[in-house]
Design a protein around this ligand. Structure first.
Ligand SMILES: O=C(O)CCC(=O)C(=O)O
Length: 224
């Protein structure tokens, strides 16, 4: 796998970011069959699971986000993904273009707005996405057999893309699979093109997905 650098590629892999102890904490805290996951889904994880709250406040994780964005950061949201034999999903090539905020307010350049799982989602201006960072913390090893994340390094530099542009880029560019061990992190810009295939050999592929931003929201608006 080519060496990736966040500053150049908009994505990089940090090995061994999670200690064996925090991996175990997350595994035992997030019982996959548990009522909380069924009721609340995969969003707002830090409000439901103490191990995730601890990760969102972890000084090493915060300092990586702060260093790469060159500024103080706030948590935007925490999500959880798993791919299992029963739920062997895929995601087509896309950019993450929305953020979650505490209320809806009309702002030039912000929209469309929607509500998912009770949270206000909105597409912010590119300037906001440029001040965001995603840390995907891997609870299990991930490779092409269990449907790892695939990325197109550098694609965030193209700004917000239309579907026809995405299709053309994907056709002309070789994707990079993010092959990681348990405890590694894939750190990326949200508007980097990414996708994932169904697992060829489904097993757990658990990821805690944390998004931080250094953008100062307009008065009255907060991250959800
Ligand atoms: O974890 C994956 O396979 C993809 C997740 C994804 O598409 C996303 O974070 O937007």
């Amino acid at each position: 796998m080519p060496l990736l650098h966040f500053d150049h590629d908009g994505v990089e892999i940090r090995e061994g970011l999670l200690s064996p102890a925090s991996l175990e904490q997350v595994k035992s805290d997030i019982d996959l069959e548990c009522e909380k996951l069924r009721i609340y889904g995969v969003r707002n994880l830090e409000k439901r699971f103490s191990s995730i709250l601890a990760l969102t406040r972890d000084p090493t994780i915060l300092s990586i986000a702060k260093d790469l964005l060159n500024s103080r950061v706030s948590l935007v949201r925490a999500l959880f993904f798993d791919k299992t034999p029963e739920k062997n999903w895929y995601v087509t090539w896309h950019q993450d273009k929305t953020v979650t905020v505490n209320r809806k307010t009309e702002l030039p350049g912000w929209g469309p707005w929607s509500i998912k799982e009770g949270l206000h989602h909105v597409q912010p201006p590119l300037a906001v996405l440029n001040k965001m960072i995603t840390l995907r913390l891997h609870i299990d090893p991930s490779d092409e057999d269990n449907g790892c994340l695939k990325v197109i390094p550098g694609s965030y530099k193209l700004g917000i893309l239309q579907q026809t542009q995405i299709d053309a880029i994907v056709q002309d560019t070789r994707a990079t699979p993010c092959i990681v061990a348990a405890g590694d992190a894939v750190i990326m810009r949200p508007h980097l093109l990414h996708a994932s295939s169904k697992a060829r050999q489904p097993s757990h592929r658990r990821v805690v997905h944390l998004e931080y931003s250094s953008f100062t929201l307009p008065a009255g608006l907060g991250w959800a």
